[in-house]
Design a protein around this ligand. Structure first.
Ligand SMILES: [Zn+2]
Length: 72
C-alpha cells in the first residue's frame, strides 16, 4: 500500500503489483510518480528536476561570457 506524496490519497498499489521504474499516476491530483524502490514502496515525482538543470546551465554560460569581457 502506498500514499500519494502530494495529497496523501491512497494510491491502491502493492509492492507485488509494481516494478522499479514503473510510473504511477495519482487519481486524485493527477501527479505522476516513478517507483524508485518497491520494498518499501518509494515514489519520486516525475519531470521537474531535468528542467531546473537546464536553466542552471544557461545562467552559468552567460556569466562566463561576462567575465571574458571584463578581462579585455
Ligand atoms: Zn495525489
Amino acid at each position: 500500500m502506498a500514499y500519494c506524496p502530494e495529497c496523501e490519497t491512497d494510491l491502491d498499489i502493492d509492492e507485488d503489483e509494481v516494478d522499479e521504474g514503473a510510473v504511477v499516476s495519482c487519481p486524485e491530483c493527477g501527479t505522476d510518480f516513478e517507483v524508485i524502490t518497491v520494498n518499501p514502496i518509494e515514489l519520486k515525482k516525475v519531470g521537474e528536476d531535468e528542467i531546473d538543470d537546464e536553466d542552471e546551465d544557461e545562467e552559468a554560460a552567460v556569466k562566463e561570457e561576462a567575465e571574458d569581457e571584463d578581462d579585455l
